[in-house]
Design a protein around this ligand. Sequence first.
Ligand code: HEC
Length: 287
Amino acid sequence: MTIRLAGILAGIGITAVLVLWSLVPGVINLVTGPPAEKPAYYVFKEDPVAPEGGFSFAGAAGKWDYAQLQRGYAVYKQVCSACHGLKYVAFRNLAELGYSEDQVRAEAATWNVPGIDPATGEQIMRPAEPTDYFPNPYPNNVAAAAANNNAIPPDLSLITKARADGSNYVYSLLNGYVDPDPEKLAAAQENGFETPMGLYFNPWFSNVNLAMPPQLYEGSITYDDGTEATVPQMSADIAAFLTWTAEPSLIKRKQTGWFVIAFLLFATGLAYLSYKQVWAGKKPKKK
Ligand code: HEC
């Protein structure tokens, strides 16, 4: 008995020491230290916002909007693919967007990928097959940086996973080239803020100056399905497409979740009934 009590007390003591140890220096710092200094660009920073009406795949009962994914693919092909690769996506994956096998084959053939001339062994470009992956527009990072004011356009396959609130982030970023608020700008400039030559102001980018010029303009592309190609529309469509490239099984995962919950409820019911069955013959003991 005394040993057990001593053990419990020792445990509580050690925990208390550890908690205080991790807490006290922080509290002292908070009270006595200087206030954390925010960089000058901080006043402009915006949190990602969802497109008007939200994304069809958001929420527990979300679904892909296949027409939107196809439009997003069109934006990628006609605009983004000039600078960004999609190395984890193969042309055959496009079948999941609702294209037939023949359409996928024909679509793949409109892209060129590096290949080898079977006669000479020399490097050539050849039309892509459905089994090929989307090509990188630049042969290597040095070439990519040289063409883009020293910034390397990242591969976009997983970008919606690599950024916080990724789908909304990509939408906000592409739709977010605005002029800085003049009042905030005047204040920030006093603290040394500027948008250097060759960079572009965008309050959604991590330090609000990025090397990617605005990409989307009213009517930049023409949609096959007749949807009006406004900047918010194209931004939402490409964000949806890049959500699909990052997690093609997103919707399946959500549906599996519902199934698992239903099954667990069912199993709970069974467990309860068998508990009733097992103890059916026993009466509670009278005190
Ligand atoms: C002219 C080349 C070019 C085109 C075309 C282009 N980008 Fe970029 N993009 C860049 C560069 C360069 C960067 C790196 C910017 C930096 O780090 O400052 C970048 C960065 C990005 C980022 C990452 C931002 C971050 O948080 O790091 C995203 C997302 C992106 N681009 C999306 C797109 C989409 C979507 C399209 C098509 C609508 C597109 N880009 C078209 C050059 C381009």
